[in-house]
Design a binder for this molecule. Structure first.
Ligand SMILES: Nc1nc2c(ncn2[C@@H]2O[C@H](COP(=O)(O)OP(=O)(O)O)[C@@H](O)[C@H]2O)c(=O)[nH]1
Ligand SMILES: [Mg+2]
Length: 446
């Protein structure tokens, strides 16, 4: 990726009513003016106006956004034409004939980064917005785009830069007794920086949950009400529910959000000994799915005369208790029944009467976040940030020791490295191959 070519791409998905073709770079106006024609020229002031005209013989809107006030910071022309793969492709082909090159994935956002419109955490948040699967994940990405995470990193980084300046000043002006801060006060700042960084690193778990989502599996004996619970949680009659045991034979996967947490929910074939070939295949799939789940909602039929059979099947699976919620279903049929104690978190529900679902979700939320009352995380680092923060934190004890013994040169070396690691988070100090790697995960047109 360079920043001198004029690049173009279709920025909208296939199948929409309108397609947007974006052209960005030094020749955007020239290329755009060959692709789009109207009574008013794109180059006519005032800019940033939607103009009505034509592109490839079809009606189209055109807009010119001169640098630096565009998404990329380059000169940008956007053409809004009829949706459908062909109309947009014709406009794109014309733009390429006029001298633009097809943009690589993420190249528009890369330009925005290079032109100082976004730092690296903000650019990554653009990707997070596109892939957000829950409102909470979306809000997190929006706060990151607004610069909340960058501000925190930059603040801590500048605490360390101030200390580096102190170290260097003692090296540069050895003879002069300037008004230097005592080592203890420098180390107090290092300690503060370290606790800020530790708090940031601890948000990685929330980041993982909100960015990747949680794989939740509904498991249990046939007829316990797994598919009914799936449908209730999805608010959609997705799976077939019937009183005939063994109705669900294949796994069914759907995405949803529960309490703002993105969830990949899988309904499975009920576990039992079966002679039916297809059901046996389904059951083997169920066991595999249970093995890969982060959380299992184990549905038990509370109205079943022989509760032991319900429980034995669960125990046979040998899943770690912290990954299981035992869900006693059909409690409407046996409201007074005393149910056995289990080694798992347990909840009584009735899917039919929609009873106990809130309680189930409370336990779910607690298990996911690992604490009772969950506030929405204000910020959450991703694994790249977490690794760089860990690098920086690991260097700080040595910095402190050297400051204590007033070995300023030896303190400065790890301090510079720690500052560079934090700089790589926001993109101030980052190698081109890492940038390439980050932006290549974007889609074309972003
Ligand atoms: N009374 C009662 N019946 C339920 C409840 N949940 C599910 N059922 C019924 O139990 C039967 C089996 O449900 P289904 O969801 O197909 O179970 P699965 O085999 O575990 O997927 C169906 O006839 C459901 O209507 C409940 O909470 N109360
Ligand atoms: Mg089922």
């Amino acid at each position: 990726m360079n920043t001198i070519d004029t690049i173009c791409a279709i920025c909208t998905g296939i199948g929409g009513a309108i397609s947007i073709i974006r052209i960005s770079g030094p020749d955007a106006l020239k290329v755009g003016s060959q692709v789009w024609h109207g009574k008013t020229l794109l180059a006519e002031k005032p800019f940033r106006r939607m103009l009505y005209g034509q592109s490839c013989s079809d009606p189209a809107l055109g807009v010119y956004m001169p640098s630096p006030n565009s998404y990329t910071g380059d000169d940008v022309v956007e053409i809004h034409c009829h949706g459908g793969a062909l109309a947009a492709k014709n406009v794109l082909t014309t733009a390429i004939k006029a001298g633009a090159r097809l943009a690589d994935p993420g190249e528009f956002t890369f330009r925005a980064f290079v032109n100082g419109k976004l730092d690296l955490t903000q650019a990554e948040a653009v990707c997070d917005i596109i892939s957000a699967h829950s409102q909470m994940a979306l809000r997190l990405a929006e706060r990151q785009i607004a610069g909340l995470l960058s501000n925190k990193i930059t603040k801590t980084r500048s605490m360390l830069t101030d200390i580096l300046a102190e170290c260097e000043s003692r090296l540069d002006f050895v003879e002069e007794n300037l008004d230097w801060l005592p080592p203890a006060s420098l180390n107090a700042t290092i300690k503060d920086a370290k606790s800020e960084l530790t708090a940031l690193a601890e948000s990685a778990k929330s980041g993982m949950i909100l960015r990747e989502g949680i794989r939740v599996v509904l498991a249990g004996r046939p007829n316990a009400g797994k598919s009914s619970l799936l449908n209730l949680l999805l608010d959609n009659e997705r799976a077939i529910v019937s009183q005939i045991p063994g109705t669900t034979r294949d796994t069914i996967e759907e995405s949803t959000q529960l309490r703002g947490i993105p969830v990949r929910l899988t309904d499975t074939a009920g576990l039992r000994d079966s002679a039916d070939h297809i059901e046996v295949l389904g059951i083997s799939r169920t066991r595999h799915t249970i093995g890969t789940a982060q959380l299992i909602l184990w549905v038990l039929d509370a109205s079943e005369p022989n509760l032991d059979s319900e429980i034995t099947e669960m125990e046979k699976c040998n899943v770690p208790p912290d990954r299981v919620i035992a869900v006693w279903n059909k409690i409407d049929l046996v409201p007074q029944r005393k149910l056995p104690e289990l080694q798992f978190d347990a909840v009584k529900i009735s899917v039919i009467e929609k009873y106990g679902i809130d309680h189930l979700l409370n336990i779910f939320e607690k298990k996911v976040w690992g604490k009772e009352h969950t506030e929405e995380p204000e910020f959450a680092v991703n694994s790249r940030h977490a690794a760089l923060i860990a690098e920086a934190v690991a260097l700080l004890p040595e910095v402190s020791e050297r400051i204590d013994t007033e070995e300023w040169e030896l303190a400065a070396v790890p301090l510079r490295q720690a500052i560079a690691s934090l700089g790589a988070i926001t993109g101030e100090t980052v190698s081109p191959d890492i940038l390439e790697n980050i932006f290549s995960r974007f889609c074309i047109g972003k």
